[in-house]
Design a protein. Structure first.
Length: 335
């Protein structure tokens, strides 16, 4: 049975602080592209191609809100947790809309940094039918952690770190130096591009590491010991889980789209199949929904990984049925 109050009773001001990006997302649908299988490159197994120089028809488009830290914060707030979001926005109209949306969703905005003279981050999300994201980090690249933010980190139990840009190594160093924190981390492409050697010092201190399957492969092959492994080996989820777990995190979680999600805590492998959604509208933000729901599930279900994974999959099925990364999320009442 779910507790009536999900708040973590550790005397902290917040249950969870999310750190990373916030954006406004412009999503557009088109059927003009051609999907190409690219078996020669394990890191780019499928490509989407358009006729060079042509004008492509857009079937429909939407404007919604996104960004890893903002998406996670909205989800966790809806599930009954006290949440603050450490993000950076510009001093523009888009920034005002992002901020108003967080307030509307009952996310504490005291840690939001407003950067003068720069625009708020945004993304163009192409659906054809799978998702490709063109991201302009903009103000997100100016995010920093100062003494004010460090004091706030001492007043929370969990930190969820989403994709970072700008001075990301400095941000991670400060987060991971904080005492008594539980840290869940979903590294972005900028972090993954830096390779396992640079990231292991952070991974070793992570309580929960979230990556999708492509990211897991990219991370593993960046270690010279696995660079020349066969495609069969690198496509084996359990091998990926074991390798990344050996770098020190408490729990490794790998999401695989239609193949569900897998986790490993060093003792047991867990697998969760997807739940067929009533309708499939938009996959934007499903990773953020799953990851933040997994953290919530560990708290709600007292460390039960299987139940936490099931909550994550339930929420992804729900968010897929609505447009945008923050619509359709389950709430505390739904549980």
């Amino acid at each position: 049975m779910v507790k009536k109050n999900n708040k973590i009773s550790n005397g902290a001001r917040y249950d969870i602080i999310t750190i990373g990006g916030a954006t406004e997302d412009i999503t557009f649908y088109t059927r003009e592209g051609i999907l190409i299988d690219n078996k020669k490159d394990i890191l780019k197994q499928k490509l989407l191609a358009f006729e060079y120089g042509a004008k492509m028809k857009i079937d429909k488009s939407y404007s919604t809100f996104g960004g890893g830290a903002a998406n996670a914060a909205v989800n966790l707030s809806g599930l009954g947790f006290r949440v603050a979001s450490l993000i950076a926005i510009g001093d523009d109209e888009r920034g005002k809309r992002v901020l108003a949306n967080l307030k509307k969703r009952r996310v504490d905005t005291k840690l939001v940094q407003k950067i003068k003279g720069i625009e708020t981050g945004f993304s163009f999300v192409l659906i054809n039918p799978e998702k490709i994201v063109f991201s302009n980090r903009a103000a997100n690249s100016e995010l920093g952690i100062r003494n004010k933010e460090l004091r706030s980190l001492k007043n929370t139990k969990w930190v969820f770190v989403a994709s970072l840009s700008g001075k990301w190594e400095e941000i991670l160093a400060k987060v991971f130096s904080a005492k008594g924190l539980k840290i869940a981390w979903n590294p972005g492409h900028v972090q993954l591009d830096s390779g396992a050697k640079k990231l292991k010092k952070f991974i070793s201190k992570t309580n929960i590491l979230f990556v999708n399957k492509d990211e897991a492969i990219e991370l593993v092959v960046s270690d010279p010991r696995y660079k020349n492994k066969s495609n069969g080996f690198l496509n084996n989820i359990k091998e990926l889980l074991k390798i990344i777990k050996s770098w020190g995190p408490e729990i490794v979680v790998i999401t695989s789209g239609k193949d569900g999600a897998d986790a490993y805590d060093g003792q047991k492998f867990y697998h969760q199949n997807i739940i067929r959604e009533k309708k499939r509208v938009d996959t934007t933000g499903v990773g953020d929904a799953f990851n933040s729901s997994f953290i919530a599930g560990l708290e709600i279900y007292k460390g039960d990984i299987a139940k936490a994974m099931h909550l994550g999959i339930r929420n992804t099925a729900s968010v897929i049925a609505e447009q945008g990364a923050q619509n359709g999320l389950l709430t505390k009442k739904d549980l």
